[in-house]
Design a protein. Sequence first.
Length: 219
Amino acid sequence: MDVEGEKALAAAAAAELVEPGMRVGLGSGSTLALVLPVLAERRLDIRCVASSPSTEVAARSVGLALDPFEGADAIAHLDLAIDGADQVDPAGWLVKGGGAAHTREKRVAAAADRFVVVVSSDKPVQRIAPPIPLELAPFGLAATLRDLEHAAIRDVPPSPDGGVIADLLGEVGDPGELDRRLSALPGVVEHGLFPPSMVWLVLIGRGHDVERRTIGGGP
């Protein structure tokens, strides 16, 4: 089976994890787009939040009910979040942000009791490799890029929140150490490394089957 078929199988398996009454976080990108129609077909009584404007439009188009995730009426807790990933290593570290939505995707994933990652068989890797997506504050951008050393601004529009999208191109090394360094650096709004503690389950489409890799984040 090709990559798109593998993604579709894993997406369907993720949609089956959603139960009536849940509040569900929806990631973004091509893999999540495959989850939406399957989820809508189940006609469950659920409420969803979207991590990007494109996901919001797509979710509404298939009839999914959306709640706000910002403003006075925003909800704060999700039961389950579903999203794709660009890389998954054996320990459960993820790289996300190929579509430049990683800041909102991480906030949605962190608000959920359980975060489910949907990928095809080309996404698991032995070691996390560059590029690592970044969202940077426009203020002091030149100084932030100097501190990062090996980073390049991506030729894409700003994030929905006005951040500058860039990529860290240097050697990753220990993902945990890089996570801590990037998180502590002024001017870095967010980065695309997602820790294993955030992940509950990775669903990997392999041929005609779905491999389930439990990472352990969540109850």
